[in-house]
Design a protein around this ligand. Structure first.
Ligand code: 25A
Ligand code: L14
Length: 335
């Protein structure tokens, strides 16, 4: 049994982490929910029992063996070293440590063995990159991968609880002629699509697009892979989707790709478009697997393939993947 801290326990991802720990029967001895001073003293529920949320400080980690962080990059930067100092292994959901060369960036279905080389911190990838590599890894292994071009359709839950509330309020207001002003996003998100996730960089790409590009190459172990991304916020409450075009080294047919993906860990193939069966964010919500479909050979390229996926960004994109990493630490003796 293990003493486990959840940092950001009251947030959209943190609360999902608690549910996933419960569902998977993670061997928790002591649970220590941590958040900002704002939430300290509140109770959260774990396995039917109330737990009091404590304020995150440098002294929060005494006796903790596993610390799951999801309270934003600056909290990870400021407090993960204290957790490691106290003897914990940190699984960090923020973007802060992901591209550090000595920090493993892991999706267990893709590169579980990388966990072994950790020095106290293991990074959990971005919620677009994680499902993407789950779908691409079997194809990369079978026929080689040369180029990936994707567009994302990202739900508001990725931004957190306040954004979920903003979409609900704007959608209701729009229909009754009294739409609230945007506050979380720079434009109305209800009945709209915003090609803007995170700040823009000198390259013209957004920070989110840059994370997807860099993390995909790191996790696939393909530093020379050509990747381009356009990340778009859509008025979906939960579940990120991706339209993906790939160019492979050797030709792969749609049928071969379906066979590979049917057998791939963490993938559910949903590819019977004539029966209206394809991945949808609402079908992905509440599931831990990545749903993949609309697989077809690209008419514009001899070694091109097109795919569509949907995945629960709070689960496989965040909480489930973090708990899977914690499970690997425990079951493989890598703690
Ligand atoms: O830097 P990054 O990596 O880009 O991450 C930025 C944000 O992205 C979310 C997460 O938001 C994070 O804050 N996030 C990170 N990784 C994610 C992923 N993979 C991800 N989202 C999706 N996928 P979140 O809403 O999920 O969680 C926020 C949690 O962080 C806690 N927190 C904030 N500041 C803290 C802190 N914990 C400790 N110390 C601090 N200084 C936050 O705790 C929550 O648990 P909280 O309890 O204070 O928040 C309770 C609720 O309060 C509301 N709220 C938020 N900000 C304010 C606020 N209310 C009033 N004023 C505010 N300024 C929220 O509704 C929150 O749920
Ligand atoms: O890199 O949908 O973990 O807003 C997670 C949430 C990036 C943005 C990350 C979203 C963030 C994403």
């Amino acid at each position: 049994m293990f003493d486990v801290a959840v940092v950001g326990a009251t947030g959209a991802v943190g609360t999902t982490m608690l549910r996933v720990l419960e569902e998977r029967g993670f061997p928790v001895r002591e649970l220590r929910p941590l958040a900002s001073a704002r939430s300290a003293g509140r109770t959260i529920d774990y396995l039917g029992k109330p737990f009091t949320v404590q304020e995150l400080t440098e002294d929060s980690f005494e006796g903790i063996q596993i610390a799951l962080f999801s309270a934003g990059g600056s909290r990870s930067r400021d407090f993960a070293p204290a957790a490691v100092e106290a003897g914990a292994v940190v699984v960090d959901n923020s973007s802060y440590f992901r591209m550090f060369p000595d920090v493993p960036l892991v999706v267990p279905e893709v590169n579980e063995a990388a966990i072994q080389g950790h020095s106290g911190i293991i990074a959990n990838p971005n919620c677009v990159a994680a499902p993407l590599v789950v779908a691409l890894k079997p194809i990369a292994d079978a026929v080689g991968l040369e180029r990936v071009v994707l567009s994302s359709y990202q739900a508001v839950s990725g931004t957190g609880a306040a954004a979920i509330e903003e979409l609900r309020a704007q959608a209701a207001g729009f229909l009754t002629g009294d739409e609230p002003e945007p506050s979380v996003y720079p434009h109305p998100i209800a009945f709209n699509a915003l090609p803007h996730i995170g700040p823009f960089e000198d390259t013209g790409y957004s920070d989110e697009e840059t994370k997807v590009i860099n993390e995909t190459k790191k996790m696939l172990g393909l530093p020379d892979l050509a990747v381009s991304a356009t990340c778009v916020r859509v008025p979906v409450l939960n579940g990120h989707s991706e339209s993906i075009q790939i160019e492979t080294r050797d030709k792969i047919t749609a049928r071969q790709a379906r066979e590979l993906l049917m057998a791939a860990p963490g993938v559910v193939l949903m590819d019977e478009p004539n029966e209206t069966i394809y991945p949808l964010p609402r079908l992905a919500t509440g599931r831990d697997e990545v749903l993949v479909g609309r697989i077809r050979e690209d008419l514009s390229h001899p070694r091109g393939l097109a795919l569509w996926l949907s995945s629960d960004n709070l689960r496989k994109g965040a909480a489930t993947n973090a708990v899977q990493i914690a499970e690997s630490l425990v079951t493989r003796g890598w703690l």
